[in-house]
Design a protein around this ligand. Structure first.
Ligand SMILES: [Zn+2]
Length: 477
């Protein structure tokens, strides 16, 4: 079951990327040992022809009606599904800083003029709203994680991929403490879609984030939430599911093969945290998941290769052999159900490229083929997205900005992408122009916590969150 991961990993990771936002070179923090397949150009041609036609054996994911564009405010739709009274709904909206929405909701009630509870609540919201100020968008930080480690004894078992997990992953115990620390400091999750908005003509405008004193907006994201085959048996959740209460949870495969369901990764952990602390979310926002497609999404084996059986990697073949009853259509359906439930809870999805591409080192033609696959096999499940979070912490341009003669930028723009994120260790890296939004992201993982704890002091105290089950020293780059 062991993979050849570690050597590949070491080789790739030692390359620091050319991007530098603030004079500090961001080391690649984005696990690269996940895709020998994705790196092969042979695979590129497997399912999508360069002229855009489909192979005879491919099948488009149908039923794309749920492809609604992301990025709209969430409170309305979310609230509509609940059975709560208008006062309760308004209270939650106001707790999540949506005072206008709360006030409008109450004032639109037929009995508002005679209901002093509602009138008092509105007066209360007006008062709190008056204390809010517009937060400087260029001072909004963005932090990201990879899949969280549930069982450290399995992840740090000394086998070949332990070093990578130690460098690039965060344990559930650490994550919970980080989030509690950040909440206690006043941090509130916002979306890049709050920071910049796309106008009807395709241009962009600055957004506006209004918060009471003491609150600090930040963006949260998680990369590679695919539960890749290579992680099997290493102490990670196996997939995301919708449980009998309609809540998004993880499945985890125990040693005896039985399946536990619970909060074993970022999505359900944050959902639970926000239930207990709704003011951690701005207008119902959660985080962004940066998604590839080559092993499927969210733990579902939805890539077309699992249907065609062509050009399979060894671990994909093994999966199909071990699951003779595998039903591709049902798999896609299940994945869609989870994605829909997540979006209703405030989560958003971004492309991480289909094949975990290093956009700096990959040719434009390869990137075109890659994005076509994302559009064809991932977007029908997760929905269309206008955001791309680059794999390997790479970027398609320098920190100075994307120019009109940047053909990779022009390509992604032509495909509807307006929000671009890389990896940058500086506290803030935000660019908002009339054409695009750009933000750097900080890795909160074993490497950063071990080597640069002082760089995280605005967020949390590493000595309070560090998981003592981590082997030390954490391998360097
Ligand atoms: Zn990645």
């Amino acid at each position: 079951m062991r993979k050849k991961a570690a050597c590949v990993m070491a080789a790739v990771l030692c390359v620091s990327l050319g991007f530098s936002g603030c004079g500090i070179l961001p080391f690649e923090q984005d696990i690269p040992f996940l895709n020998s397949k994705a790196g092969s150009t042979e695979t590129e041609k497997g399912t999508v022809q360069t002229d855009g036609s489909q192979d005879a054996d491919t099948e488009q994911n149908t039923d794309t009606t749920e492809n609604e564009q992301q990025g709209t405010s969430l409170n309305e739709g979310e609230q509509a599904e609940t059975q709560e009274s208008p006062l309760e709904q308004a209270s939650l909206m106001a707790t999540q800083y949506n005072y206008d929405g709360a006030i409008e909701l109450l004032k639109s009630q037929p009995d508002y003029d005679s209901n002093t509870d509602m009138q008092n609540a509105v007066a209360d919201y007006e008062n709190t709203k008056a204390t809010c100020t517009e937060y400087p968008l260029e001072q909004i930080t963005h932090v990201f994680f990879h899949t969280l480690i549930k069982d450290t004894s399995k992840a740090f078992d000394g086998e070949s991929d332990s070093d990578g997990y130690n460098q690039y992953m965060t344990t559930i115990d650490e994550f919970n403490k980080i989030i509690q620390n950040m909440y206690d400091k006043g941090y509130v999750m916002v979306s890049p879609h709050d920071m910049a908005v796309v106008n009807e003509d395709g241009t962009m405008s600055r957004g506006s984030i209004m918060l009471p004193p003491g609150k600090i907006p930040f963006v949260l994201s998680q990369d590679d939430v695919s539960y890749y085959h290579y992680m099997d048996g290493d102490g990670f959740a196996s997939k995301l599911v919708v449980d009998s209460n309609g809540e998004v949870k993880n499945e985890y495969i125990e040693d005896d093969g039985s399946i536990s369901t619970g909060d074993y990764d970022m999505v359900p952990l944050i959902d639970t945290f926000v239930k207990e602390h709704p003011d951690f979310s701005y207008h119902g926002r959660k985080g962004i998941l940066a998604m590839t497609g080559y092993n499927g999404v969210l733990g579902y084996r939805t890539d077309i290769a699992y249907k065609t059986g062509k050009k399979l990697q060894d671990d994909q073949k093994k999966f199909l052999e071990e699951n003779p009853d595998f039903d591709y259509k049902q798999e896609v359906k299940n994945a869609k159900k989870v994605a829909k439930a997540m979006k209703a809870e405030g989560w958003e999805f971004a492309s991480h490229t289909w094949g975990h591409k290093d956009v700096g080192a990959t040719s434009l033609d390869d990137l075109k083929r890659d994005d076509k696959k994302w559009q064809k096999y991932v977007a029908p499940i997760l929905g269309k997205t206008d955001m791309i979070i680059f794999a390997f912490g790479a970027d398609i341009g320098s920190w100075e900005g994307y120019s009109a003669d940047n053909e990779k930028y022009e390509f992604y723009k032509s495909q509807g992408y307006r929000y671009f994120c890389n990896v940058d260790s500086s506290q803030y890296f935000v660019q908002i122009t009339g054409d695009y939004f750009r933000q750097g992201r900080r890795n909160l993982d074993g490497y950063r916590m071990y080597y640069n704890p002082e760089m995280l002091s605005d967020l949390f105290d590493v000595s309070e969150v560090w998981d003592s089950s981590r082997p030390t020293p954490v391998p360097g780059m």
